[in-house]
Design a protein around this ligand. Structure first.
Ligand SMILES: Cc1ncc(COP(=O)(O)O)c(C=O)c1O
Length: 381
């Protein structure tokens, strides 16, 4: 079975973790610093901080930027639950905008109507690895004095305006990554936050380690718990794997782009199936390859297509069920239920993520495309 995504682990990744296992410090050691330095380089940022997961990274970003009870953030309906859930962790309320029906990315035109005196941040998600329109979102944020926190869990290795997502050049306040196995590089579970100032970096460090501030100038053993934090540290084993994986990021992303080009070429003449496209000033790192299929036109349903593809050995997934379709988010955001989101409805009705991971072969792409045609056309092509 070809899954929709999968990690690529080589012998040198395994050797790096074995080395870490033999080292004196399994956590809090030098491999954490090495991973953070490598991530800062890969993202063009100064302050990159590793943590336990992408969800922990979102929580740390919201908390470190001072978002709390009574505050509101604005995000997209087409995202993983954690983008919004982490805002609930800090006591904030979530306002849900709409998306571009073609890309599934936050539609800048849907943001301003949601801004209130309590709004603190806009949280775009670079869906599937395709960067959002950062300039338009930043212009709105600046006009209203809001933070911008990028959920870049899908977008390590993507670029916007010639700079990597995460780069200090973009002028956003924080950028959040996940290193879950389906992502571009993995640490098992794991994540990271990029922030722009030394103060925010110090706050993230403190919050990921119980709110502890070490004060060796008072006594060698002395520390104070300054505020309520969590144990969101990433250990040296995970960081060893992450550094080894980051060394292959360019190769992994290049292969994802090649696979995307192959899919696009193979599906170019298929009416009713639309492939994602790069924008002139942005390149996707293709965490996912989400096509839009007009299921009605093929007189079928997505469920039938997914089941039939699975029978042919092709795994697919849907990214994402809109936030407000989940009971948790509907209950947490009752005021949001009244508004229609035509962009999200259109995107959700059609989207299907096809297999996309660097170890896929060209023959795998051909098999996926042939299987999709068989399923959609009942074997008539
Ligand atoms: C857009 C987005 N945000 C946040 C997360 C949370 O990351 P993690 O699973 O590492 O906690 C994910 C994970 O899939 C994600 O896709």
């Amino acid at each position: 079975m070809l899954p929709y995504g999968r990690q690529t682990i080589d012998d040198d990744d395994i050797a790096a973790v074995v080395d870490a296992l033999r080292a004196p410090m399994l956590t809090g050691g030098p491999r954490v610093d090495q991973f953070e330095a490598a991530l800062a380089t890969a993202t063009g940022s100064t302050h990159a901080l590793a943590c336990a997961s992408g969800t922990a990274a979102l929580h740390l970003a919201y908390a470190a930027l001072g978002i709390g009870p009574g505050d509101e953030i604005i995000t997209t309906p087409i995202t993983f639950s954690a983008t919004a859930a982490a805002a609930y962790y800090v006591g904030a309320t979530v306002r849900i905008a709409d998306v571009d029906p073609r890309t599934g990315n936050l539609d800048p035109g849907s943001i301003e109507a949601l801004i209130t005196p309590r709004t603190r941040a806009i949280v775009p998600v670079h869906l599937a690895g395709m960067p959002v329109e950062l300039d338009a979102i930043l212009a709105i944020a600046r006009a209203h004095g809001l933070r911008v926190i990028e959920d870049a869990c899908h977008a390590l290795g993507a670029t916007s305006g010639g700079h990597p997502i995460g780069s200090d050049a973009h002028g956003t306040d924080a950028v959040v990554y996940s290193f879950h196995p389906v992502k571009h590089v993995t640490t098992g579970e794991g994540g990271a936050v990029v922030v722009r100032t030394a103060e925010h970096a110090a706050r993230v460090r403190r919050l990921r380690g119980h709110g502890i501030e070490r004060l060796p100038q008072i006594a060698p053993w002395y520390y104070e718990v300054r505020e309520l934090g969590w144990n969101y540290r990433l250990d040296d084993l995970a960081c060893a794997l992450g550094t080894s994986q980051l060394g292959k990021l360019d190769r992994f992303v290049a292969r994802r782009r090649e696979l995307a080009a192959r899919y696009r070429q193979a599906l170019a003449s298929d009416d009713g199936i639309a492939c994602p496209e790069d924008a002139p000033d942005r390149t996707s790192s293709y965490h996912l390859f989400a096509v839009a299929i007009d299921f009605e036109r093929f007189a079928t349903t997505r469920a039938q297509v997914m089941t039939a593809l699975a029978d042919l050995g092709v795994g697919t997934q849907v990214h994402y069920i809109p936030l407000l379709d989940h009971p948790l988010h509907a209950a947490r955001c009752p005021a949001e239920l009244a508004r229609a989101r035509p962009g999200a409805a259109h995107y959700y009705a059609r989207t299907l993520s096809l297999p996309m991971f660097p170890a896929m072969t060209d023959a795998d792409v051909a098999h996926v495309v042939a299987s999709l045609r068989t399923v959609l056309h009942g074997g008539s092509r």
